[in-house]
Design a protein around this ligand. Sequence first.
Ligand code: HEC
Length: 122
Amino acid sequence: MILRAPALALALAAATNLPALADGDASRGQAEFKRCAACHATDATPRVGPGLGGIVGRPVGTAAGFRYSKALAQLGGDWSPDRLEAFLADPRGYAPGTRMTLRIAKPEDRADLVAYLATLRR
Ligand code: HEC
């Protein structure tokens, strides 16, 4: 039972933050995040890319201590789940000139990733 608690907490966090993405699986998203972790920390730490703690709902291109491309710095608005999925599908199509290039082709993988991102706190 103790072993199940973290998975339940993750599922609850994802369900609470993302009612529209009930099909996104945060624990699968966590496994998929290995592809992102080469460049992104799950807290505020800047690496090759900006820290992603609190990314869902955060204003685009505003992590402290990270120098963004003009493409992201000028995009505007907040990262909603829908915008994150569109960005991950085709970063350079969504924000021409961005330095983020990894494309996530499968919609279910994107939904899982965004469900996981919603569990990351600042
Ligand atoms: C090879 C390095 C690299 C990988 C791998 C990578 N990213 Fe990025 N990412 C970046 C860089 C660099 C930026 C900043 C882009 C810019 O300024 O144009 C960025 C920006 C972002 C942003 C916008 C952040 C903000 O503060 O507005 C999100 C969201 C994001 N990445 C998510 C992901 C996810 C999720 C993955 C894995 C599926 C991933 N990235 C994989 C390098 C990477």
